[in-house]
Write a protein that binds this ligand. Structure first.
Ligand code: ADP
Length: 166
């Protein structure tokens, strides 16, 4: 049984993440999408909302589970779950520069390997931060997020006729 963990804050989950999940699920028997919480970080969506949006993005969750990761060490989480690999999506060389030392540290801590999947070109520019910013300013992000995420983003976006809106 080959099990992998795909960690992230998923605040919110977007199509770049979903595309990586679909590819990773094809490489492993089981994929755990681990939704992290870092108490020093400010999130737009609560952990429950981030979990719910991630779950509702899939018609079927065969081979994929979506779990909260807590605040502990990723290497330990992988060890506890019997996962042999961590999945990371790479959008750019700066993602790689940031991820490489963590991948080495995680391998040294618990033997877990990191598998890098290059971002699909259509989604290479996407980040949760950019999606939140564009949606907040009234931009159309419907090509980049699943329906449940769009609904929540629109619920928080300014209406065109509201003060400060366009
Ligand atoms: P964010 O989307 O804000 O960068 P996350 O922490 O939620 O941040 O990202 C989780 C994982 O998804 C990371 O491995 C990150 O590199 C990857 N990822 C993020 N955006 C994309 C994208 N557009 N395409 C592929 N992988 C991505």
């Amino acid at each position: 049984m080959r099990r992998a963990v795909y960690p992230g804050s998923f605040d919110p989950i977007h199509n770049g993440h979903l595309e990586v999940i679909a590819r990773a699920a094809g490489l492993f028997d089981e994929l755990i999408v681990a939704v992290s919480t870092n108490y020093s970080k400010k999130y737009r969506f609560s952990l429950d909302e981030r979990l719910e949006m991630a779950k509702s993005a899939f018609a079927s969750l065969r081979g994929i589970s979506i779990e909260p990761m807590g605040e502990g060490l990723l290497a330990e989480y992988c060890h506890d779950r019997g996962a042999s690999a961590i999945i990371k999506g790479l959008r750019s060389s700066s993602d790689f520069d940031y991820e490489l030392p963590m991948a080495t540290m995680n391998r040294q801590l618990s033997g877990v390997e990191t598998v890098f999947l290059p971002a699909e070109s259509r989604y290479q520019h996407l980040s949760s931060t950019m999606i939140k910013e564009v949606a907040t300013l009234g931009g159309d992000v419907s090509d980049f997020v699943p329906k449940a995420v769009l609904k929540r983003l629109l619920a928080g976006a300014p209406r065109p006729d509201s003060p400060g809106g366009h």
